[in-house]
Design a protein around this ligand. Sequence first.
Ligand SMILES: [Mg+2]
Length: 315
Amino acid sequence: MDEFGLIERYFKPLSTGFSGSLNLSDDAAIISPPPGHELVITKDAISQGVHYLGHESPALIARKLLRTNLSDLAAMGATPLCYFLAVMLPKNTTPEWLESFAQGLQQDQKEFGIHLAGGDTIATLGTPSFSLTALGTVPAGKSLRRGGAQIGDIIYVSDTLGDSALGLMMLQKNIPSPALEQRYYLPEPRLALGQQLLGIAHAAMDISDGLLQDLGHICAQSQVGATLYRDRLPLSEATQALVHQDAALWNAVLSGGDDYELLFTAAPNAPIETLARSLNLRLTAIGEITVENAVRVLDENKNIISVPRKGFAHF
Ligand SMILES: [Mg+2]
């Protein structure tokens, strides 16, 4: 199948419903944000063997790619608008592969309200890789940023930590653990939370490179420090069982990465419990913003824990 046939068959159906895509039939898309809004734009690229294992279904690869980008939109408090996709595939890629990949995108487009607006498909001599650029909208000047944390703020995190990193570890060790694997394969972008935090959170980001490293980014941007209490970190049952067996696995919770939960700070009187109830989402206070220029983790006896590895290193 030539490139035009491929676009017509697999990608054009993903663009219907978003007029700015011009049905993928022009040279570029045309986008105007709603009045009073600005565009929030993010890009994530993934390649086989580095960001995914290679045995996943193409649908799952597509969904994780889209969701990691949506997680960045969530971190800014944005509402998804459209995305651009670059696909680099070996020449022997089958129609079944493409069908599954497009079906995965279609499924998550429906779930999260976003459409394809353009892209490119090229052949590669190496392994598959993909790049996605997602656009969202946010009321002008209101987006969530990393730099607004204030001394005395409470630090919160959504849902549970460490599941994805431990899921990957279990996959690599060939130990079945469906609940943890699921969290590795399919992150849950916290879009509704991000949007609801506009005007409430002082600082926010999504955790992709590990809690400690990412909290370090908020502290650096805000020129503050932080104290975390390890015994307050929210754990799933599966993760709790694992760290109970082997305390070294706390490292996966503190620094594991790929959580795609939102990390945010808010004033002590902010209505976070109400928000958690209305979203039916666990939001846990895990520490506070301090004046010191460091991120400290305390154990249940308030002793400082030293953490060996700080987070995912990209290179
Ligand atoms: Mg991010």
